[in-house]
Design a protein around this ligand. Structure first.
Ligand code: ATP
Length: 255
């Protein structure tokens, strides 16, 4: 069974200032199978975040349906962890309490929270920083805390909206390597929104290339390159050329 099934989904937003409807997505079909890592790639405003937010349960489709493990998404749930561009940590809580935040909301005992947090702190490579506060960490380290927090509920699906978008190039590349390591160890299905063709090709088992507004899926490409991926290799560049061609405005508008 597919983990995520998006069937004929369209989304209209009401622009009340201009009194018009904005079509963010039109007739999107997408199937993501268990343990796949799919990157949503497309120009600004093509509806990547809207699609992700519908899987997360923050938005509802105007028509069509979004299923996770065969169940229609009715709202946010602990089966889906979300990581945004900003980690949105609680600055007054140390790393471990941030990581175990959802357990605290559920009334988990301190000793249990601490032990669970440690597992995920170790997994994301932050051992030794358990009692640091977010302001004492770098941007990349804060994102690791956000990832650990999302993983702690052991969700089958992880939804990531440009999680490395605010990081410098070197840190971003390090985090990409780390994320692949974590995904290989932790398993789970990942949907990852990005603007970066290189990032999508470095990370994904699949890349869904979306067209400009109203957003549609132009093509889903399986990336069967071995890991770690060589961003200068001939096959990588061949795929990149193909994706750049798909993203060219004239080509995509006609798709
Ligand atoms: N809450 C909202 N109300 C009105 N319009 C919205 C709302 N959310 C998104 N939109 C519009 O829907 C379209 C798709 O937005 P979305 O943020 O999903 O695109 P995106 O591909 O993620 O963009 P970016 O890459 O710039 O983050 C845009 O035209 C946006 O202005």
């Amino acid at each position: 069974m597919a983990t995520i099934d998006i069937r004929g989904v369209s989304k209209l937003f009401r622009d009340s200032k201009r009194n018009v409807d904005v079509a963010a997505l039109t007739d999107v079909d997408l199937t993501v199978r268990r343990n796949e890592f799919i990157c949503l790639l497309g120009p600004s405003g093509c509806g990547k975040s809207t699609l992700l937010n519908m899987i997360a349960g923050f938005e509802t489709p105007t028509s069509g349906e979004v299923l996770v493990d065969g169940q229609a998404v009715a709202g946010p749930g602990s089966d889906r962890g979300v990581v945004f561009q900003q980690a949105n940590l609680m600055p007054w809580l140390p790393v471990w309490e941030n990581v175990a935040f959802h357990l605290k909301l559920r009334g988990g005992l301190k000793a249990v929270r601490r032990e669970q947090a440690q597992r995920y702190i170790d997994l994301v490579g932050l051992t030794g920083f358990e009692n640091h506060y977010p302001s004492e960490l770098s941007g990349g380290m804060n994102q690791r805390v956000g990832i650990a927090r999302a993983l702690l509920m052991n969700p089958g699906v992880i939804l990531m909206d440009e999680p490395f978008g605010a990081l410098d190039e070197q840190t971003r590349m390090d985090m990409q390597t780390e994320l692949i390591r974590i995904w290989e160890r932790h398993q789970g299905t990942i949907v990852f929104v990005t603007h970066g063709v290189d990032e999508a090709l470095t990370l994904g088992t699949h890349v869904a290339v979306m067209s400009a507004r109203p957003g549609r899926i132009a093509e889903i490409i399986q990336i069967d390159l071995p890991r770690p991926r060589d961003v200068t290799g001939p096959r990588f560049n061949e795929m990149k050329r193909h994706i750049l061609h798909l993203l060219r405005p004239g080509r995509v508008a006609a798709a």
